[in-house]
Design a protein around this ligand. Structure first.
Ligand SMILES: NC(=O)c1ccc[n+]([C@@H]2O[C@H](COP(=O)([O-])OP(=O)(O)OC[C@H]3O[C@@H](n4cnc5c(N)ncnc54)[C@H](O)[C@@H]3O)[C@@H](O)[C@H]2O)c1
Length: 372
């Protein structure tokens, strides 16, 4: 069977939406940069990739792949012109497919991403890159060997608030970072293959590493499973950085409220990022503690607290996944290294692996230098 017949070309519906038979193909050709791109996994998250790739119009062909026919039909129905297939291996042999987005369950990331890289495709793997440091390192190595892009879906690093926080921290406005506290909690969605750290904390760890611009030296973590004996639904981890800087990450699928809040406390100012706020997601508080340097009697020894202005920086309105999607295509076209490259994915996996080891052993786990 040729590649043409292996995929479902949904051309019958092209004219319906685009006004002529080859709507997407012709519309895309003027501005397209890639011959083709595939999205593997059309469950909860994959369709967001299809939507963004579809609207970005940077690939002449978009192929959506899932083992489940209902998911393929769902995509065909919404996006006429997007081809569908159940056969991942056929995509590997398709010379038009230059990039692949892997949005399948975490346990399948390594196997699918490795096959794609070995078939000389550029690959974006949804977060987390893999289920272990060994697997993640192997993907980075294979990516280097074949000279293709390996990118990981640390979506928040493409969001306006997180990019703004990095800018603010880099400018020195907050002073020295004293600690970071990040909470990501809500009721659901319980996962079946990974615990809450691999699911939710991946985001917070990627944000904390981006703010700190370095790896922690050690990680400790406690967690508990209440509904599935092997899969923790709530966890609290502490990342220990040099000079006594710590970052707390609290994640839960078992919380009455949806909380997405990161607080960065600096020696000069403090910043709160609330991702659930409809607008004004970042507030910078000119607040802090002053310690009297000189005093004559014990009674004069005191702290004074500074309650200054609150500043709300202006944020560009953009969908993080659209920015990430454009960046992936740019990196493929220019053979550039992505912001969230394989090494960045590997660093987050290293922290997650150490956190899970800490949770099992009940002790703090030191992180070793990463060598690939
Ligand atoms: N970046 C983000 O903000 C974000 C948000 C949610 C999920 N994710 C990530 O996206 C990935 C998918 O999560 P989800 O919640 O959509 O999962 P899901 O279980 O809802 O969907 C996974 C889909 O993959 C399909 N699939 C499994 N193996 C396949 C194979 N070999 N070939 C083709 N299709 C296959 C399944 O049939 C299913 O439809 C995970 O890695 C998750 O961590 C990322």
């Amino acid at each position: 069977m040729s590649n043409e017949t292996a995929v479902v070309r949904n051309e019958g519906e092209l004219g319906h939406v685009n006004g002529h038979a080859n709507g997407v193909v012709e519309r895309a050709s003027a501005a397209s940069d890639l011959r083709g791109i595939a999205v593997v996994g059309l469950g909860y998250w994959g369709p967001n990739w299809v939507r963004n790739l579809y609207s970005a119009r940077r690939a002449r062909r978009i192929v959506a792949c899932d083992l489940d026919s209902r998911r393929r039909e769902h995509i065909q129905h919404i996006y006429p012109g997007v081809e569908t297939t159940a056969d991942f291996d056929r995509l590997l042999d398709d010379p038009d497919i230059e990039g692949m987005v892997i949005a399948t369950p975490v346990g399948t990331h390594y196997r699918l991403a490795r096959k794609a890289l070995e078939s000389h495709k550029s690959v974006l793997v949804e977060k987390p890159l893999a289920m272990s440091l060994a697997e993640a390192s192997q993907l980075v190595r294979v990516g280097r060997e074949v000279g293709r892009v390996l990118m990981v879906g640390h979506t928040f690093l493409y969001s306006s608030p997180v990019r703004k926080i990095r800018e603010i921290v880099d400018s020195g406005e907050l002073g020295d970072i004293l600690y970071i506290s990040s909470t990501r909690a809500n009721l659901g969605l319980f996962q079946h293959d990974v615990n809450v750290t691999w699911d939710l904390a991946t985001h917070d760890i990627s944000i904390v590493l981006a703010i700190m611009q370095r790896m922690p030296e050690a990680v400790s973590c406690q967690g508990q499973s209440h509904y599935n004996s092997r899969i923790e639904d709530v966890a609290l981890m502490t990342l220990h950085f040099p000079r006594n800087v710590i970052a707390f990450v609290h994640v839960s699928w078992l919380d009455p409220n949806k909380i997405r809040r990161t607080t960065v406390v600096g020696s000069r100012k403090m910043l709160v990022y609330d991702d659930t706020a409809p607008q004004e997601k970042i507030r910078i508080y000119d607040r802090g503690v002053n310690v009297q340097r000189y005093y004559d009697t014990y009674g004069e020894f005191h702290f004074s607290y500074r309650y200054g202005d609150i500043c709300i920086p202006r944020l560009e309105e953009s969908e993080p996944l659209q920015t990430e999607c454009q960046h992936f295509v740019d990196c493929i076209c220019n053979r550039a290294t992505p912001l969230t490259d394989g090494l960045n994915g590997l660093q987050v996996v290293a922290v997650l692996e150490a956190a899970n080891a800490s949770m099992r052993r009940g002790q703090t786990v030191a992180l070793e230098e990463i060598r690939v």
